[in-house]
Design a protein around this ligand. Structure first.
Ligand SMILES: NC(=O)c1ccc[n+]([C@@H]2O[C@H](COP(=O)([O-])OP(=O)(O)OC[C@H]3O[C@@H](n4cnc5c(N)ncnc54)[C@H](OP(=O)(O)O)[C@@H]3O)[C@@H](O)[C@H]2O)c1
Length: 274
């Protein structure tokens, strides 16, 4: 693999906004090595077989199940040990889930909370030094800090979304044992992620070495009904999402949502603004 390619890790690249972001990234003339970090490698191979990958880019698919800390550790260790000078330039934390019913992971945690928030917390902690090092290396060539993109949602804010309720992070009910509401728990994960985002930003601002600085962004792709996020919803919701809501003025197309992710991950304008 050419060291001149910027390395991008994209979680959840096989469907929805992640797949859209992938389609747009491979249109760039800047060469990328894309690491598609996904739960289902076979499905991802199928999805990308429909794409023509221009020769300046390279792609690899790597197993990452965010509902398992073992999987997160093994993914991170794989990256760190296989090549001590593999740069990690852009980390796009896109994958997330909405669970219709309360479920628990192998780590005995509520699935949404672990998948959408805790596993990213762990992943960033494991990769942070390498991401900083990559900033230093990249800044020798051009002004480009490594970036971490949190694909968040306006639903992390109070009074947003379908029922104007939540989020409400209750420490004593993180496991859902005192009551579970699918959308409320999803919103809570996005709020938890934002709290982590602000704390991480604060810590990174204290980094003394300018060249090792990392740029982090939390973005809202807009309401995009034509993804698989509602896959566990009742049939009437799925029908609404597929056939009615795409025509509403307040929704976005997958292309528009994917473009927000790609802009945050790659645009030079954001580099200057920092
Ligand atoms: N669509 C919207 O209106 C909207 C609005 C605001 C924010 N967002 C955010 O946008 C991001 C992408 O969502 P989307 O709408 O594109 O939904 P999507 O089509 O359902 O895509 C979600 C992706 O996450 C992956 N994923 C789920 N559980 C996983 C796990 N345990 N380990 C690894 N990957 C896992 C899925 O993989 P599998 O296919 O293997 O399940 C899929 O690739 C999410 O962070 C979501 O919160 C979406």
């Amino acid at each position: 693999m050419s060291q001149e390619r910027k390395v991008i890790i994209l979680t959840g690249a096989n469907s929805g906004l992640g797949f859209e972001a992938l389609k747009q990234l491979i249109q760039h003339s800047t060469p990328y090595h894309l690491i598609l970090a996904v739960r289902n490698v076979t499905e991802t191979e199928k999805a990308i077989s429909a794409l023509t990958i221009p020769s300046q880019h390279s792609i690899e698919i790597s197993k990452l199940d965010l509902s398992s800390f073992t999987s997160v550790k093994s993914f991170a260790q794989g990256l760190l040990t296989r090549d001590p000078i593999l740069p990690l330039n852009i980390l796009i934390l896109n994958a997330a889930t909405v669970k219709s019913k309360l479920s628990t992971t192998e780590d005995n945690l509520e699935t949404t909370f672990q998948t959408n928030h805790l596993s990213y917390f762990l992943l960033i902690n494991l990769l942070l030094d390498r991401i900083k090092w990559s900033s230093e290396q990249q800044n020798k060539l051009e002004s480009f800090n490594s970036r971490i993109i949190f694909v968040n949602s306006s639903l992390h804010k109070p009074g947003e979304g379908h029922n104007k309720i939540g989020p409400k992070l209750e420490i004593e009910n993180l496991d859902g044992s005192k009551g579970y509401d699918s959308m409320l728990f999803y919103k809570n994960t996005k709020l938890a992620q934002m709290l982590f985002f602000y704390q991480l930003n604060k810590l990174l601002e204290e980094e003394k070495d300018e060249k090792k600085k990392i740029s982090i962004f939390a973005i809202e792709p807009g309401f995009v009904p034509q993804t698989e996020l509602a896959r566990e919803s009742p049939s009437y919701v799925k029908l609404l999402m597929k056939y009615i809501l795409p025509f509403a003025s307040f929704t976005r197309t997958p292309e528009q949502g994917g473009a927000v992710i790609v802009y945050a991950a790659t645009s030079p304008e954001l580099e200057i603004a920092i």
